[in-house]
Write a protein that binds this ligand. Structure first.
Ligand code: NAP
Length: 303
C-alpha cells in the first residue's frame, strides 16, 4: 500500500479516474473526498466514488498522508488556504492542474512547515467532466509530469511517482516554466484554435447548422470534440498560462499568415513541404504509442 489515507479535493474527471485507478490496483487505504457542491457530493455517494465523502475540505484532509487537489487551476490557491491549517506535518500535497507556475505560486504560501508539496499534471483527459466521467484506465500508458518545487523531499517525490506508475502512467520530472511552455504547444494553444474554429463555423450563417453537423466528419468533428471541453477549466488554463500561450499563439498566427500567402500566391511547393513536415509529427506520436494508427482514430465511417 503506497498511502494509508488519501484525500481528493474536487471530484471530477481526474479525481474520479484516480479513485477508480487506485482501487483497481489496491494502491491505497481509505480515500476521502470533497467537492464544493452538495449535488456533486450526493452523486459521489450514490456511485461509490470515495470510501467517505465529507462535507468540508478540512474533514477530508484530516489524517491523510496524501492530499490531491483536483479542482480548476483558478481555485487551487483558495482551496490550499482552506486546508492549510488542517494539514499535519509529513503529509504530501499534490495537484493535477494543467498549469504549474501559477498554481505553485498560489498554493505554496498556504502550506505549513513540514508539508511536502509535489505538484503534478497527468497528461490524460477527455472532453467529459464531473464525478461520473472517470474511469480507471484513463492514465494507462499516458504521461504524468511531476514538477517538484525547491526543497521538495526526494522520498515524497519517489512515493508519488510510484503511485502514478501503479496507476499506469509513465512519469517524468519537469521544471515549472518549461512545463507551461510545452503544454502551451501540445495542449493549450490547440484547444484555443479548436474553440476558434468551432466558433467560426457557428458564426458562418452561409453554412446552415444542419450542414455543419451532417458533413462534420470532413475534419470539423475532431475540432468539436476538443471544443466541448469544460469551459471553467479552460478559462482558468488560459488566464493562468498567459505568457506561454500568447507566445505560441503569436507563432501560430505568423505561420497561418505564411500559409495564407502561399495559398494566395499558388505556392504549392511551400504547402506540400509544410504538410510533409507535419505528417512526420503524427507518425512520431503513433510510434511513441500515444495514439492509434487506425484510419480516423479507429472510428471507421466516411471522411
Ligand atoms: P471537473 O470534472 O470539472 O471537476 C472539477 C471538480 O472541482 C468538481 O468536483 C468541482 O466541484 C470541484 N471544485 C471546483 N471548485 C471547487 C472549490 N472551490 N472547492 C472544492 N471543489 C471545487 O474537472 P477535471 O477535468 O477533473 O479537472 C480538474 C483539474 O485537473 C483541473 O485543474 C484541470 O486543469 C486538471 N486536468 C484536467 C484534464 C482534463 O482533460 N479534464 C487533464 C489533466 C489535468 P462541483 O462539481 O461541486 O462544482
Amino acid at each position: 500500500m503506497i498511502y494509508n489515507r488519501v484525500a481528493l479535493i474536487g471530484l471530477g474527471l481526474i479525481a474520479s479516474s484516480m479513485f477508480w485507478g487506485m482501487k483497481r490496483g489496491g494502491l491505497v487505504g481509505e480515500v476521502r473526498g470533497y467537492a464544493r457542491s452538495a449535488e456533486t457530493r450526493d452523486t459521489a455517494r450514490r456511485i461509490g466514488l470515495c470510501d467517505v465523502v465529507c462535507d468540508s475540505a478540512a474533514e477530508a484532509v484530516d489524517g491523510a498522508d496524501l492530499v490531491i487537489l483536483c479542482v480548476p487551476v483558478g481555485v487551487m490557491g483558495a482551496v490550499a488556504a482552506e486546508i492549510g491549517p488542517h494539514l499535519a506535518p509529513g503529509v504530501t500535497v499534490t495537484d493535477v492542474g494543467s498549469v504549474k507556475r501559477e498554481v505553485i505560486d498560489a498554493v505554496a504560501p498556504h502550506l505549513p512547515e513540514g508539508v511536502h508539496f509535489v505538484p503534478g499534471h497527468p497528461l490524460a483527459g477527455t472532453e467529459h467532466s464531473g464525478p461520473e466521467s472517470g474511469f480507471a484506465e484513463l492514465f494507462d500508458n499516458r504521461w504524468t509530469l511531476l514538477v517538484p518545487v525547491e526543497g521538495s523531499d526526494p522520498d515524497a517525490v519517489a512515493r508519488l511517482r510510484k503511485l502514478w506508475e501503479r496507476l499506469g502512467a509513465f512519469v517524468e520530472e519537469m521544471e515549472p516554466d518549461h512545463h507551461d511552455l510545452v503544454l502551451a504547444v501540445t495542449s493549450h494553444a490547440p484547444h484555443l484554435i479548436a474553440y476558434t474554429m468551432v466558433g467560426v463555423a457557428d458564426d458562418l450563417r452561409r453554412v446552415t447548422d444542419s450542414e455543419v453537423i451532417k458533413y462534420s466528419a470532413a475534419g470539423f468533428r475532431d475540432f468539436t470534440r476538443i471544443a466541448a471541453s469544460d469551459p471553467t477549466m479552460w478559462r482558468d488554463v488560459f488566464l493562468n498560462n498567459k505568457d506561454a500561450t500568447l507566445e505560441i499563439l503569436g507563432r501560430f498566427t505568423e505561420e497561418l499568415f505564411a500559409l495564407q500567402r502561399a495559398i494566395r500566391q499558388g505556392d504549392g511547393d511551400h504547402l506540400h513541404a509544410y504538410f510533409t513536415r507535419t505528417r512526420a509529427i503524427r507518425r512520431g506520436i503513433i510510434e511513441a504509442g500515444q495514439d492509434t494508427d487506425a484510419p480516423d482514430f479507429g472510428r471507421g465511417g466516411q471522411r
